[in-house]
Design a protein around this ligand. Sequence first.
Ligand SMILES: [Cu+2]
Length: 401
Amino acid sequence: MTVFLVIIVLALLAVTGWQISKIFEMSKRPDADTSQIANDKDNKLNGILMLAFVIFLYVITIYCFWEYGRFYLPEAASEHGSEYDTLMFVSIALIMVVQVITQGLLHFFAFKYKGEKTKKALFFADNDKLEFVWTIIPVIVLAGLIIYGLFTWSDIMNVNTEEDPMIVEVYAYQFAWRARYAGEDNTLGKANVRFIEGVNQLGVDESDSYGKDDKIVTELHLPVDKPVLFKFRSQDVLHSAYFPFFRAQMNVVPGMITQFGFTPTITSEEMRQSEYMVEKVQSVNEERQERNEELIANGEPTLDPYEFEYFLLCNKICGQAHYNMQMKIVVESEKDFNAWLEEQPTFGSVMADQSKDVDRPEDTSGSESPASEGEEDAEGEDNTNEQSQESEAVAVVEKNN
Ligand SMILES: [Cu+2]
C-alpha cells in the first residue's frame, strides 16, 4: 500500500513539474530567444561549468587525501606486503598523474575553445606522428605496469615449498572462522562436510591417522618470521579470508581448497607499539570515552577501552551476520607460539572425550561404581582439570544419595 501511495505521489509531482514548466514557457517575454540552437551566452556558461567541474573534482580529491589519509593501513606486517604496497603505490601514482593532466586539459580546452559566432573550427584530417606518439606511450607504460604486476603477483602467489611452511587450515562457515593446525606431522587430516557431527565441527575424517594430531582452535596464532601456508575451506557458501594487515586475501569456496602463503614479520606487540597504532588506539578510545559519557548519563553499561589485535575478516557478503565474521590473529615469538600450541587439545583427544561423554549417560543409568569412574579418568590422559572436577562432583552427589 505504501509503495502504491509513493508511486501516486511521484506521478502527481511529475505532472506538477510539467505544468509549471508550461506556465514558465507561456510567461516568457515575447522578445526572448526561444531558439533550440545554443548561442554565445549558452556556450560561455557551459564552458565555465566545464572548468568549474574539473576544479571541483581536484579540490575534493585533495580534501579526501588530506582528511581521510589517516584511514590507510599501517606498514604491511608480512614479507610480501611491502612488494604489494609498492605495486599499488606505483600504479596509483601513474594513474593519478595521467588523469590529472588529461582531465585538466580536456576541461580546459572545452572552456578555451567554447563556441563563438566569430570563431570557425579548423578542419584537421589526421596526423600520423601525433597518433603514433599517443599510441606508443600508453602501450609502453601499460606493458611495463602489467609485466611488473605479473612478476609481483607470481612472487606473492607461488608458495615456496622448500622453506617448509607451517600448514594451517582456515575454515569458514556462517558466521565464524576456525583454524586447524596440522600437528607434528605438518599434514592435515582429510576432511569432508559429511563427517560433521557433534564436536567434529570441521568434518575431519576420524579414520585418517594424519588428522589425529590436528588442533582445531578459534584464534589464529602465528610465529613471527616463519612462513605459513594457509589452506582455505568453506562449509556452506562463498566466503573470503581477508587479512588486511598482512595484505592477503583469498576466496574460500565450498567444495574446493584454495591456498595462500605468507610470512608475518611484525608481532602483535610490536604493531601495538608502533607510532601509527598508538595514535589510532588513542583516537578510538577518545571516541569511546565520549560515548561512555552518554551511556553513563543514560545509565547503560559502558564500552571497554580498545586494544589493538590483528584480525581476519570475511570479505564476501555471505549472509546476515557477515559483518561479524572475524577471527583474532596473534603474531608472537616462536617460543610463545609453541607454548600456546602445546596447550591446545588434539582432534584425537577431543573425539575421545566426546565418545566418553556419550557413554556416560548409559553408565549412570546402569550399575555405576566409583571404580569404573576411576578407570575412565586413567584412560583419558587429556582430561582437563575442569572435567575431572566435574566428574568428582558427580561422584560426591551420588554418594550423598
Ligand atoms: Cu563470510
